[in-house]
Ligand binder design. Sequence first.
Ligand code: 13P
Length: 253
Amino acid sequence: MDQRRPLIAGNWKMYKTCGEAVETAQALKQLVSDVTAVDVMIAPAFTALSQVAEVTSDSNIQLGAQNLFWQEEGAYTGEVSPSMIVSAGCQQVIIGHSERRQYFNETDQTVNQRIAAAIKHDLVPVFCVGETEAERESNITFSVLDKQITTGLQDIALEDLATLVIAYEPVWAIGTGKTATSEQAQEVHQFIRSQLKEAYGADFSEAVRILYGGSVKPANIAELMAMEDVDGALVGGASLDAETFSQIVRYEI
Ligand code: 13P
């Protein structure tokens, strides 16, 4: 029996106006209203969060932001603080997505500060890690992931990591249609869990949820979820359509 409750999360990235986001959330709410065995989360753009929260607040859908800044407040034009995200209705926050690292210069150190800030505000951090195609081809996938995880979680106490979710998203599989095979995902997830066991012990490593992300679709979710160490998915493109995303959420039904 798997002790870890599956989480299927949708990262809407920079898609959808407020109206479109509300419409999709309303449709999704109907389509997954009877789902009880899986946690469901959607992460719209900042601008749509509070309106989507009105739709999801009385549903089984959790709300996530796609990023946060670690300062409480101040002269940081264009940034959004943890309290702002909480006040918009979020329970979760995606941190360290490869697109943030690639286009917005986020580093393992800034990811670490964001994770610490999320935890301080009782937000579930969905901490993204993953190797590039060049790194995989150079056979350094494991060392890249080890560094991302070690630095990303540096100086955070074990008791503060209780809600942590890790999302393994191989950069070469994001938006490319190239999904990692379920065996490739399992191999990496198992590695991540073994590293976490070394650092934090078996109780933690057995309980932490590790999601897979990268071209997840209704057609491949079941085989990914059948893997022992795959506890859910972080879905990009296929989460934008309520019907398609609901099929992913309902992979077991
Ligand atoms: P795709 O599902 O579009 O490949 O995106 C994955 C992703 O980046 C989710 O965060």
